[in-house]
Design a protein around this ligand. Structure first.
Ligand SMILES: [Zn+2]
Length: 259
């Protein structure tokens, strides 16, 4: 007779086998930096797409800076050429699952497949061996967190949330950045405007944000280039309201530094 414990042990073993097949690597090229160095890692989730992604790539190229794109497997499958363009411009691709379903709705086995398939496609299209994982909506249970970390993935969240998906106007987003920015920060934005996300103002915001913070002495880096305690900081909180309760776009007063 199979006991509950044995069933559990078999399940854990199966999941470990599935996840261990995921190619990962650790980016040992992280440059050691002084904790007082001012750094911003821009991150763009849910893409690639053909509307916002090319615009974002253009701005990043204009200022010669690199960013991290937390891509979805299904979007890479739709737009393989755009995926390759992101990588060939020197940006980092990281894992945001295949289908952007909430992890709490999936079994551990399904989560493992979502992560593995996405990582394999990143590798197939770009040659990048990714080790960063950001769960959809930033939502992950303690047991899922442990399982994923055990397999060599680094969970990667953010500490500045522009809420660009809600249709926030540029001045509202710039005010959020101004309020939440630390010496070393990870900023959450999106490069795919599929329903219900509305990243109409993300590009416009970047046009102001990047030059202002460059002038103020910040370096723009990929997440892998941040010091470990910063890139692994997990200030987890549920920042996404359920769709029906999405707040109205915030219309803030432009802070003097952005005028
Ligand atoms: Zn997302």
């Amino acid at each position: 007779m199979i006991t509950t414990y044995m069933r559990f042990a078999i399940r854990v073993l199966l999941i470990s086998i599935v996840i261990s097949a995921i190619p990962t690597y650790s980016n040992a090229a992280s440059t050691p930096v002084n904790k007082n160095t001012k750094q911003i890692a821009l991150t763009f989730d849910d893409g690639p797409d053909l509307k916002y992604t090319p615009e974002i790539l253009k701005i990043l190229a204009k200022y010669k800076i690199n960013a991290t794109f937390f891509v979805l497997g299904k979007q890479m499958q739709r737009y393989p050429e755009m995926t390759k363009k992101i990588a060939s411009a020197g940006h980092v691709l990281a894992n945001h699952t295949w289908s952007h379903r909430q992890l709490k709705l999936l079994s551990d086995i399904k989560i493992a497949y979502e992560i593995r398939a996405t990582n394999q496609l990143i590798f197939k299209l770009t040659g990048q061996k990714n080790h960063l994982f950001r769960p959809p909506y930033g939502a992950i249970s303690p047991s899922q967190r442990k399982l994923i970390q055990k397999q060599g993935y680094q969970l990667s969240f953010w500490n500045v949330d522009t809420r660009d998906w809600s249709g926030n106007l540029p001045n509202a987003m710039l005010n959020i950045v101004k309020r939440q920015l630390r010496h070393q920060s990870v900023i959450l934005m999106h490069c795919y405007g599929g329903d219900p996300k509305n990243a109409n103002y993300t590009v416009e915001t970047l046009n102001t944000l990047i030059p202002v913070y460059l002038k103020r002495g910040y370096q723009f880096v990929t997440i892998s280039q941040l010091p470990v305690p910063v890139k692994l900081r997990t200030p987890f909180r549920q920042t996404y309201a359920p769709i029906k309760q999405q707040p109205k776009p915030m219309i803030g007063v432009i802070h003097p530094i952005f005028k």
